[in-house]
Design a protein around this ligand. Structure first.
Ligand code: PMP
Length: 404
């Protein structure tokens, strides 16, 4: 049985107050809060287990190595992948950069790479750079006036260009839209397009199954899924990982080094140069245990009921404009109020203890398509409750009266 109130008690941050108000955290799209189990695991590692991995044969080093590698197995099981297909990085951004670098050798000026108009800068710029270096063409799958991917148009472009790579977010960080990734991946199968899914937002809310999605790469950030900052990962189809050139070089990622030549370890080791973020990996395993014991369907239903309540309450306020797909959504809502600057709204909301994000959300091209400079973004997670939303709406109404 899902008990949101009991789960909320697992998150120590909710006992803190901001500007003499209790914290109303509606910015989980930026980073999720952490349950005490994850915080305790970090503490335990540094107080009792600290050692480097893959280096020593002493007890602590072997123990740290075992826990580090077990975390890889845990993430692989969570994604329904194999553990040698999981690479640790420092975040979704590094994952996408690594993959774009690794696939660039496949691109020529006759090729194209497709992304959608909804992408985060982290899933635009690395591909733009790869295209600039190789002369390949960057294709943008367009959105309609509501900010939803135009599926029919997307299919026309994919058929026309038959891109070498399709890089798509599982869910938009700015609007929350869940993208039709499985459908598009099936659609591009005849063209042998390599699919890269940016799961930075999807991983927590959509519990991805790689075998069902059938993507070639799936990228995530641990800190957006209850884990520590400074850690990310990606799944990569093993055959492609083997073909990809190394990204960073140095210790740990080699098979043999001589002054004349270096040979590299097999994947995933060849992509993990230097000392990794050991404590974060081990604590992320605890975050995955935490997520695993939640009944995903119930969590999703709960998040959806909160989201629909939020939508209906906002729709009652005159002058509010909502963006994005309000039906097929991970629980992230962007809005504007009349001509007011989103920054002013977020600043005033902060006085009431409400944490929301304002601005372009690292999606400047999307904002351009929507013809706005930015929005206010409310992003929910399962530890939010109806009371948070009532307090937010009260604070927003007060904010609006201050602005008028
Ligand atoms: N993609 C999306 C959709 C995101 O929301 C983010 C983070 N906001 C990223 C990529 C980059 O993640 P990170 O900053 O953790 O590397």
């Amino acid at each position: 049985m899902l008990s949101p109130e009991m789960l909320r008690d697992d998150f120590p941050i909710f006992s803190s107050s901001i500007n003499d108000n209790s914290l109303i955290y509606l910015d989980s799209g930026a980073t999720s809060q952490k349950p005490k189990q994850v915080i305790d695991r970090l503490n335990q590692f540094y107080s009792q287990e600290n050692a480097n991995v893959h280096r020593g044969i002493h007890f602590l080093s072997e123990n740290a190595t075992r826990n580090y590698e077990e975390a890889r197995v845990k993430l692989a099981n969570y994604l329904n992948a194999k553990s040698n297909e999981i690479v640790w990085t420092k975040g979704a951004t590094e994952s996408i950069n690594l993959i774009a670098h690794g696939l660039s050798h496949l691109l020529t000026s006759a090729d194209s790479v497709a992304i959608s108009a909804l992408e985060h800068h982290a899933n635009i710029v690395p591909w733009q750079q790869a295209c600039e270096k190789t002369g390949a063409n960057l294709i943008i799958l367009p959105i309609n006036e509501l900010g939803i991917l135009d599926l029919a148009q997307a299919k026309i472009l994919l058929e026309k260009y038959q891109p070498k790579i399709l890089a798509l977010s599982h869910a938009s960080n700015a609007l929350g839209n869940i993208q039709p990734i499985a459908e598009l991946i099936q659609y591009i199968k005849p063209y042998n397009t390599i699919s890269v899914i940016d799961g930075a937002q999807g991983f927590l809310h959509l519990r991805p199954d790689i075998k069902q999605i059938e993507c070639d790469f799936y990228v995530l950030s641990a800190h957006k899924a209850l884990g520590p900052t400074g850690l990310g990962a990606f799944y990569g189809r093993y055959e492609l990982l083997c073909q990809m050139p190394v990204y960073q070089t140095g210790g740990e990622m080699i098979k043999h080094v001589s002054f004349e030549k270096t040979t590299f370890a097999l994947p995933p080791g060849k992509f993990e140069a230097g000392t990794p973020n050991i404590s974060a990996v081990i604590a992320f395993a605890t975050a995955l245990d935490y997520l695993q014991q939640l009944e995903h369907q119930k969590v999703q239903q709960y998040e959806q009921s909160l989201f629909q309540y939020l939508v209906s309450e906002l729709q009652r306020i005159d002058g509010i404009k909502l963006y994005g797909d309000l039906k097929n959504n991970i629980g992230t809502l962007s809005f504007n109020y009349k001509e007011e600057h989103p920054f002013d709204i977020a600043t005033l909301l902060d006085q009431f203890g409400v944490a929301v994000r304002s601005g372009h959300h690292c999606t400047q091209p999307l904002m351009q398509c929507l013809q706005v400079t930015g929005t206010v973004r409310v992003s929910l997670a399962f530890y939010n409750n109806k009371n948070d939303l009532d307090l937010f709406i009260n604070a927003l109404n007060s904010t609006i009266s201050m602005l008028e």
